[in-house]
Design a binder for this molecule. Structure first.
Ligand code: FEO
Length: 395
């Protein structure tokens, strides 16, 4: 494997994973994912985070080759989730004298996973500095971005922020690891939003606190644990994260519907067409076909949300219930929500959606649009006009 020096003896030693289908066994990876790890070679050497166990057999050999016979002095553990930490024991076996650097909470979690002697642990405090020689590393705790122990490491010498999950994204690093040598607008931007909304978004309040903590820190490069290394324009990713963690949404509406025999689907299309005719961008998902991961990303960035369901066993459709439950978990804010649906005898689906809205931290705007039986144009047209009018007024 070719070693990539990102700056002043900081080497990228991360790997691409194109084999895994689902991140956290939940989120699709059509473009794969990278586990980024960095090796700083100085008077003292430091490895920052590891990779997921089994994702690459050459990881340790590569580190050893770059070290050219000198020891590995420190392994800095920014985050204990196993996609970054599951190689810790292997690193310790290969470099028995390495000190594992983390905060008190890191080491508490570390002991739940590995049998590592206390003599191998170095506990750091918030803001503490580790002197490697030329590079001076400071540690800044950013709890819950994305586990309680998470911290970032800042190299004061090169102004590089090793940001862990923050500013990361799905997608392998093909050809180049750098933002300025890749087409971010291609698929990386969408994959970064999907990563944010699916993995980190729930902790947006904590992301805001992390931002506040890093206020005034000069950042020339952002080296996250997944996705592109921000060398050319780190301000771009800071700007995007600032927007996403403050729930700043774009104009538009996501319509997500569950339909068994096409009536609720026809309602979705009619509502979508009426919104489109008013110049409002619409993205429509059939919840039984779109993976929830993509729906959450669209919902995160869009102001309007319209959910529709047929009645199913006196409830909403189970796939709609799955989406609602996921929305509840990631808790997006400042959405305008309305609901619609069809039934044959008692409107149970729409009733269930109305009942579930507060669970998602949302209020229903306007009057839900409901029909019984077939979704004919005559039955729907006027009512859909009113429904859309009420919705647009609240957008
Ligand atoms: Fe990439 Fe929270 O681990």
């Amino acid at each position: 494997m070719k070693s990539i020096c990102i700056n002043n003896n900081i080497h990228y030693v991360g790997v691409n994973d194109r084999k895994k289908h689902l991140f956290e066994n939940n989120w699709p990876l059509p473009y794969g994912v990278s586990y980024n790890s960095y090796l700083i070679k100085d008077t003292k050497s430091a490895l920052i985070d590891t990779i997921e166990y089994g994702s690459n057999d050459n990881y340790l050999n590569n580190i050893e080759r770059i070290l050219e016979g000198s020891p590995l002095d420190y392994l800095i553990v920014n985050h204990m989730e196993p996609d970054h930490s599951s190689m810790i024991e292997c690193v310790l076996r290969r470099f028995p004298d390495v000190k594992i650097v983390g905060n008190a909470q890191t080491h508490k979690i570390l002991k739940l996973y590995f049998n590592i002697p206390d003599s191998s642990l170095l506990v750091v405090k918030d803001g503490e500095v580790l002197d490697l020689g030329e590079h001076k590393l400071s540690f800044h705790f950013i709890p819950w971005v994305h586990w309680p122990e998470t911290m970032v490491t800042y190299d004061q010498t090169t102004c590089t922020l090793f940001s862990c999950d923050a500013f990361g994204g799905f997608g392998t690093l093909d050809g180049s690891i750098f933002d300025d040598e890749n087409d971010f607008e291609g698929h990386y931007k969408a994959e970064m939003l999907r990563y944010y909304s699916n993995i980190v978004g729930k902790y947006s309040n904590m992301v805001q606190k992390a931002f506040a903590k890093l206020q005034g820190v000069e950042i020339k490069m952002i080296a996250p644990s997944h996705g592109l290394v921000w060398r050319g324009n780190p301000g771009r990713v800071l700007e995007l994260y600032s927007k996403w963690c403050n729930w700043e949404s774009e104009k538009g509406v996501v319509i997500a519907y569950a339909s068994m025999y096409g009536n609720t689907e026809q309602m979705a299309d009619l509502i979508g067409a009426k919104l489109g005719a008013k110049g409002i961008p619409v993205r429509t998902h059939d919840v039984s076909k779109s993976h929830v991961s993509y729906m959450l990303a669209d919902i995160w960035k869009t102001k309007g949300l319209i959910l529709g369901t047929c009645a199913y066993n006196t409830q909403m459709h189970p796939m709609m219930e799955h989406l609602c439950n996921e929305i509840k978990l990631i808790a997006p804010k400042d959405k305008v929500l309305s609901v619609f649906g069809s039934s044959t005898w008692n409107g149970a689906g729409v009733k269930a959606l109305v009942k579930y809205a507060p669970e998602m931290g949302m209020e229903i705007t306007g009057t839900p649009l409901e029909i019984m039986g077939s979704a004919t144009f005559d039955k729907l047209d006027k009512a859909a006009d009113e429904f859309v009018e009420q919705f647009i007024a609240a957008l």
